[in-house]
Design a binder for this molecule. Structure first.
Ligand code: AGP
Length: 611
């Protein structure tokens, strides 16, 4: 996700801003920029696509000087990575500069309104509306202006703001996106995260939602959404820098597992229907949805596993045939696909060579294409076209083993199934509302599911020497087991295999013996009895069972499973998005106990750009 920094004080701002941006680079970014208040109250902006080195080179060629400024590393969500879309963004006259982390969901409406008031937009970003809005409302006091402007923004923001009419003050505000401020020896700092401040101070203040802060030579003044002063006791940071970059988590993988509730919320919120049956985010018209004959989903690894979940959901909810292919197989099997079929490529990076090649093959054969991707402006999104791209808003995924990206890919699969089911009339209005309500509640239920972490750590400490683990389930739980098996393989190097629970008796059960571990996922209420009988076959051979099941089904597992991890009850079709969390935590815990390199497993790359 994006990173913001700000400084006001007695030192040159550029080194402080650039060092702060370096410390936030772990968050992943695709462009960067700074705005500095020079003398005579003039704001100078420098920004560049790509890595911070590009911005540093620009600053050597075209230096700026001043003791106050803001900076930004951008993880693109609206508008591809380029110099124009990089932050900071300013109003037309360049008198107000803004950096932003978050998503302004009503940016299109604001853009239309402000354009009608004479604003001239130069970027494709949602953020630029903030600069023009502040200019439009500016009343000589930026705090008062922010108090008027922020309630007009829908969505998440951590903002840094400088204004040429107030060259002695630095402003910031937050809603949903984290923001930390500090003041030490006449110097004021703001940042998205602690690492950017540790070089200057260990005593920081975490702003709360809807709060605004003004930093100047005298200190920090915080107020709430009504302008009332707020006091925060500074928090003393004990972390070292490496730990702080992971937000206090031991590994990026664990941090990203815990970021899943936020990723779910950020991926769903901008797509919440405002009117029944309205799916503005879906680049498929009503007539196309009703005339579709088949959907082909193609991907690799975890993205492929999200596609398998999508098959079950789309076929059941939208009554559409779905084929799911591993990308490296798809392009060489002379696939049958044509104009009345939808080809969906799923990819976190948007750069996976096998998936990209399959996408090109489908386009060549005349299919309608759709890309589900986590990286704005990546090759696949550019080749499919932004209008045929559905972004997951999981934020940058640093750990090689995919967790939050897989989660949001699966969420997109379910949103696609619900939207197509609604448009094709295979879902009743009440059923659509029920499913959408379930999606709305998922972030809270996911947060609750994360509480299973300690239980899984304990279980992993006992199971860590297992040589071979089976993951079993039926229906969507089988699809989920595929992802669970990959996770354990990837990070703990244990041989793991996913099997349809009903298939065990056709051979694999020969491998079961006392000491074997079978991890069973049971979330589909209609398949419970069948799965229970499969698990009794498993325990009859002496194998032990770790069961991941819904709270309402847990009692049925008593006497069968050695360990039961219950997840909150939700709709059958949404339960896999919760069940995957304990499975991810299980794989993570096993890898930690076995001393594996969790974030960078041997032989693996985060994005496989070769065939
Ligand atoms: C998942 O944990 C792996 N890192 C890997 O299987 C990954 O899902 C696969 O390489 C696809 O990557 P993509 O989503 O970027 O296309």
């Amino acid at each position: 996700m994006c990173g913001i920094v700000g400084y006001i004080g007695k030192q040159p701002a550029v080194p402080v801003l650039m060092d702060g941006l370096e410390k936030l680079s772990y968050r992943g970014y695709d462009s960067a920029g700074i705005a500095v208040m020079e003398e005579h109250h003039h704001i100078n902006v420098r920004k560049a696509k790509g890595k911070l080195e590009n911005l540093r080179s620009l600053l050597v060629k075209s230096p700026v000087a001043g003791c106050m400024g803001i900076g930004h590393t951008r993880w693109a969500t609206h508008g591809e990575p380029n110099d124009l879309n990089a932050h900071p963004h300013t109003d037309v006259q360049g008198g107000i500069a803004v950096v932003h982390n978050g998503i302004i969901e009503n940016h299109e409406a604001l853009r239309r309104y402000l354009t009608a008031q004479g604003a001239v937009f130069v970027s494709q970003t949602d953020t630029e509306v903030i600069a023009h809005l502040l200019k439009y409302l500016y009343c000589g006091d930026m705090k008062e202006t922010l108090l008027k402007a922020l309630p007009m923004l829908e969505g998440s923001y951590a903002l840094g703001v400088i204004c040429d009419a107030e060259s002695d003050a630095l402003y910031c505000a937050r809603n949903d996106s984290p923001l930390v401020v500090a003041w030490e020896d006449g110097n004021g700092y703001l940042a998205s995260d602690i690492p950017a401040l540790l070089a200057h101070t260990r005593d920081v203040i975490f702003l709360e939602d809807k709060q605004i802060a003004r930093l100047d030579a005298n200190g920090i003044a915080v107020c709430d959404a009504y302008g009332n002063p707020c006091y925060h006791e500074p928090f003393h940071v004990e972390w070292d820098l490496d730990c702080a970059e992971k937000g206090g988590y031991a590994h990026y993988m664990l941090k990203e597992i815990h970021e899943q509730p936020e990723a779910l919320q950020k991926t769903y919120a901008p797509r919440r229907p405002h009117l029944p049956g309205e799916y503005r985010w879906l680049p498929v018209s009503l007539s196309e949805a009703q005339s579709l004959r088949k959907i082909s989903i193609v991907a690799c690894g975890s993205a492929y596993h999200a596609g398998v979940v999508g098959k079950y959901a789309i076929e059941r909810l939208a009554r559409l045939p779905v084929e799911v292919d591993i990308a490296s197989e798809y392009r060489y099997r002379d696939p049958v696909i044509g104009p009345q079929e939808l080809f969906v490529a799923i990819s976190q990076s948007g750069e996976t060579a096998d998936t990209l090649a399959a996408l090109r093959e489908a386009k060549r054969r005349g299919a309608r294409v759709l890309v589900i991707c986590n990286v704005v402006g990546s090759t696949m999104t550019r080749e499919a076209g932004e209008s045929n791209t559905l972004y997951t808003y999981a934020g940058p995924e640093i750990a090689v083993a995919s967790t939050k990206a897989y989660m949001t890919q699966t969420e997109m699969m379910l949103m696609l199934a619900i939207a197509l089911g609604d448009l094709r009339g295979t879902l009743s209005r009440s059923r659509v509302e029920e499913l959408l309500k379930g999606l709305e509640q998922l972030p809270v239920l996911a947060e609750k599911t994360l509480q299973a972490e300690e239980m899984l750590q304990r279980f992993a400490s006992l199971a860590s020497q297992k040589k071979h683990v089976f993951f079993v389930g039926r229906g969507m739980d089988y699809a989920l087991s595929m992802e669970a098996a990959l996770k354990l393989k990837e990070v703990s190097y244990i041989f793991s295999e996913a099997y349809a629970a009903g298939e065990l008796k056709h051979g694999p059960i020969a491998l079961l013996k006392p000491g074997r571990l079978v991890v069973a996922t049971i979330t589909q209420s209609g398949l419970l009895e069948k799965t229970l009988s499969n698990l009794r076959e498993v325990t009859a051979r002496g194998a032990s069972v770790l069961a991941i099941c819904r709270e309402s089904l847990a009692q049925k597992l008593e006497g069968i499973a050695q360990q039961i991890i219950a997840i909150p009850d939700t709709d059958d079709w949404l339960a896999p998005l919760l069940a995957v969390i304990p499975l991810q935590l299980f794989a993570y815990s096993m890898a930690v106990v076995r001393g594996c390199d969790v974030d960078k497993p041997r032989n693996l790359a985060k994005s496989v750009t070769v065939e």
